[in-house]
Design a binder for this molecule. Structure first.
Ligand SMILES: Nc1ncnc2c1ncn2[C@@H]1O[C@H](COP(=O)(O)OP(=O)(O)OP(=O)(O)O)[C@@H](O)[C@H]1O
Ligand SMILES: [Mg+2]
Length: 430
């Protein structure tokens, strides 16, 4: 009995604090409104014929933002279906496999109720390959995927996708190799020159510049959107609190608990220290705290334990990277000033390189760029966007926790004392 109850509880918790991408267009999903990002993406989706490139640090909510805004567009009738293909690191993930995945995702995106209506159109599109069979079924098409996509050229793909009203989403695009980036960049061009379809490319890393490299003209055909950490510490806490409420858990600051304001302030602070604005980390923290809260409440002590554990685990996970960063800063002392500046601004947000140059005006712009590029070269930051003017961190949790331990050395000494590299690193910032 006990077991069944705790299994159900764990499932409930995982529903609320889901660490997978979520669709905020569903009523029962806990969703933090991302006013600016949602507005911009909706605007791009509504107007003009541009493709869209969404990039930003890992775990910042890119996939969820895209799924949510596209689902809203579909419910308004602005698009028919959305087909999402996730790229992977598997060694055989080449262009041929991507074509198959695009076809499969497209067919699977059409609900059974709408398939009958589209049958004729699909059959016409694929006539040269499947001979224009009249009564095709989804199963038939999926079984023939290899034959269909073997000779699928870019025009056939674009014509197929746009004729059946699909918006194509290519997610985790940082995993694309050169062959795929080249083919997709051509596909974007063919689509915008000859068909009304729309493609959204999503990923961390420098995906926008990579695509543009293959074809400068894409710059005119693609909108870039950056998604980084969200909001203020209060908003981060607000997300956790609404998850706890959904699970009927009382918590610091909840109405059912006349806890002191200082408990609430401490809770906001603890969440800020380990996970501020990082949606993936906030969901992990929410899960950790809620799973053990079988008695219907979350105490400040439990939040503290989970927060400290998360900090410890991050310090542990990125030991090698902290060592590498320490070496870089030992060789390029001025980069410490740059990094400190970015930490003060909020290291997990995204930055405009021109703003940083202006803010660090006592340095020559070339010097600022040089230190930024040293950190980019070492894979700590990405420069992206039209003029490589957008800057964001590659490992947001690593950098956020570094910011925490250097700003509160007394409080977190016991956590980082056991990690030599972090310890040495924090010394550089004194
Ligand atoms: N607006 C939101 N409100 C609440 N939770 C969100 C929101 N956006 C994303 N999440 C949650 O945050 C986590 C990270 O989101 P998501 O997977 O979309 O990020 P991502 O940037 O695509 O990450 P990755 O780089 O790993 O692909 C997931 O648990 C997701 O459910
Ligand atoms: Mg994603």
């Amino acid at each position: 009995m006990e077991d069944i109850r705790s299994t159900d509880w764990a499932a409930n918790v995982k529903d609320v604090f889901d660490t997978r991408p979520r669709n905020g267009a569903h009523d029962n999903v806990v969703w933090v409104a991302r006013v600016k990002e949602e507005h911009n993406l909706t605007d791009y989706l509504t107007k003009g014929g541009h493709h869209i490139c969404v990039s930003g640090p890992t775990g910042s909510g890119k996939s969820s933002l895209v799924q949510t805004c596209v689902a809203r567009m579909i419910s308004k009738g602005l698009y028919q279906h959305a087909a999402t293909v996730q790229l992977t690191n598997q060694s055989n993930f080449n262009w041929e496999l991507l074509k198959k995945r695009i076809f499969i995702a497209s067919i699977e995106s059409i609900p059974a109720s709408k398939f009958t209506k589209l049958r004729q159109k699909i059959s016409e599109q694929l006539a040269p390959i499947i001979g224009g069979a009249a009564n095709i079924t989804k199963t038939f098409l999926l079984e023939r995927v290899s034959d269909i996509t073997k000779n699928w050229d870019l025009h056939s793909i674009c014509s197929f996708i746009s004729s059946i009203g699909i918006i194509l989403i290519l997610d985790d695009f940082e995993k694309a190799d050169d062959e795929i980036v080249g083919a997709v960049s051509n596909m974007l061009k063919v689509m915008s020159q000859s068909y009304p379809g729309r493609i959204i490319i999503v990923g961390t890393g420098d995906i926008y510049s990579k695509l543009i490299q293959f074809d400068q003209a894409l710059d005119q055909r693609m909108k870039a959107l950056t998604v980084a950490s969200m909001g203020t510490p209060k908003e981060s806490w607000g997300f956790l609190a609404s998850g706890f409420n959904r699970l009927n858990l009382s918590h610091p600051g909840s109405r059912s608990r006349p806890s002191s304001q200082s408990d609430l302030r401490d809770a906001i602070d603890l969440v800020h220290d380990c996970a501020n604005g990082l949606l993936k980390s906030l969901n992990t923290l929410g899960q950790d705290v809620s799973i053990g809260a079988l008695r219907g409440s979350v105490s400040l002590h439990e939040i503290e334990k989970a927060s400290e554990n998360m900090i410890y685990m991050t310090l542990r996970q990125f030991r090698a990277q902290y060592r590498q960063l320490h070496e870089i800063l030992m060789n390029h002392g001025e980069a410490i000033i740059l990094l400190k500046h970015l930490i003060d601004k909020g290291i997990t947000s995204w930055f405009d390189v021109e703003d940083i140059i202006d803010e660090l005006h006592h340095w020559h712009p070339n010097e600022v760029i040089r230190f930024i590029d040293i950190l980019v070269e070492a894979d700590f930051f990405v420069r992206s966007g039209t003029d490589r003017n957008v800057l964001f961190v590659v490992k947001p949790t690593m950098m956020h926790v570094l910011g925490t331990v250097i700003s509160k050395p007394q409080k977190y000494r016991s956590q980082y004392d056991s990690f030599r590299s972090v310890n040495q690193l924090s010394f550089l910032f004194r």
